[in-house]
Design a protein around this ligand. Structure first.
Ligand SMILES: Cc1cc2nc3c(=O)[nH]c(=O)nc-3n(C[C@H](O)[C@H](O)[C@H](O)COP(=O)(O)OP(=O)(O)OC[C@H]3O[C@@H](n4cnc5c(N)ncnc54)[C@H](O)[C@@H]3O)c2cc1C
Length: 288
């Protein structure tokens, strides 16, 4: 039996620019894995995932940024670590759901290595930043052989670990809209231990004016093959004064929109039982 500590052999490619990385992706396509922080790529390797080549972004300059402006919103480069995002006062103030999803992510070691873009590209149904960014309505910028394209995160997660990224595309940036008056957000998760991946997670982003919810995005992770939005719950909330009765109705609506499974972290039954509670709690936290 192969040792769980020994990586399978692969060719390590170290492009010096985004253009070079894209050229390599064009050549290798799905036979290569991009590596940002490597906290997933390396772990997958020790668990038997074999790849012909690893395209490391370690030598690609200019991707390790978290930029914010009041009019332009937030831009997170492909090499911005979870810790850089958690350390940003602008993120904490304006995008609390993203802040929390990065600040609680894994361990100090994985936060210093792992990236927010990697968290989304990994497309694990339990990804914490992925859940927060879905609620916040992120956009993903890809660089491919024919230039850049931008897609909404709503179109990105297709199925279990299946995404809209083309094999020759590099994700270079994630963008969030500029903060607007009345927009609030929150993220919560339940784990076996604080260092573990989520059993379930939830994030919301609401626009609230005079106690009335004008717009709502509610996301959940680890309750379906991919991170999902709870569209029926969003529809119940939109246009309503946020009251206990509405929150009861939203809790009751969660069950029909999720399809959790039993796995090493939890049971379907537990996930089904606590999801409505987590969604309600996250809405309450967002509206303060
Ligand atoms: C001990 C431990 C604890 C963890 N805890 C958590 C947790 O609490 N919550 C959580 O959500 N995750 C957790 N993770 C999973 C992982 O650390 C995070 O998802 C992290 O954000 C991944 O980022 P990375 O840069 O290390 O990704 P990588 O390992 O570099 O890449 C992840 C995937 O994304 C692809 N990829 C990366 N960057 C790009 C790019 N620019 N363009 C195209 N594809 C790209 C890679 O090919 C790979 O498929 C944990 C992992 C470990 C080992």
């Amino acid at each position: 039996m192969p040792s769980s500590r020994i990586l399978p052999e692969f060719e390590l490619l170290m492009p010096q620019s985004v253009e070079e990385a894209v050229k390599l992706l064009k050549k290798y396509k799905a036979k290569a894995s991009v590596m940002a922080g490597g906290t997933d790529v390396v772990v997958s390797g020790t668990q038997g995932f074999a790849t012909e080549a690893v395209i490391s972004l370690a030598k690609v300059p200019g991707l390790d940024y978290v930029k914010f402006s009041k009019s332009g919103g937030l831009k997170i480069g492909a090499l911005a670590t979870l810790q850089m995002v958690a350390d940003s006062a602008d993120v904490k103030k304006n995008y609390p759901a993203l802040y929390k999803s990065a600040a609680i992510n894994g361990t100090p070691q994985t936060r210093n290595m792992g990236t927010v873009v990697g968290n989304v590209m990994r497309a694990s149904p339990s990804g914490d930043c992925a859940c927060a960014l879905l609620a916040l309505g992120a956009k993903i910028v890809f660089q491919g052989p024919n230039g850049k394209r931008e897609i909404s995160i709503d179109e990105f997660f297709i199925d279990y670990k299946k995404t809209a990224r083309k094999a020759d595309e590099l994700a270079v940036e994630i963008k969030l809209p500029a903060p607007k008056t009345g927009v609030v957000s929150a993220f919560n998760r339940i784990t076996r231990t604080t260092l573990d991946l989520s059993k379930i997670n939830a994030a919301v982003c609401l626009t609230v004016s005079g106690g009335v919810c004008k717009s709502a995005r509610i996301a959940m992770g680890a309750v379906a093959p991919k991170t999902i939005r709870l569209i029926d719950s969003e529809d119940l909330l939109k246009g309503q004064k946020i009251s206990d009765a509405i929150l009861d109705a939203i809790s009751a609506s969660v069950g029909s929109q999720i399809s959790p499974i039993d796995d090493v972290r939890s049971t379907a039954e537990y996930r089904r039982e606590v999801s409505p509670v987590l969604v309600r709690r996250t809405i309450e936290e967002a509206i303060g």
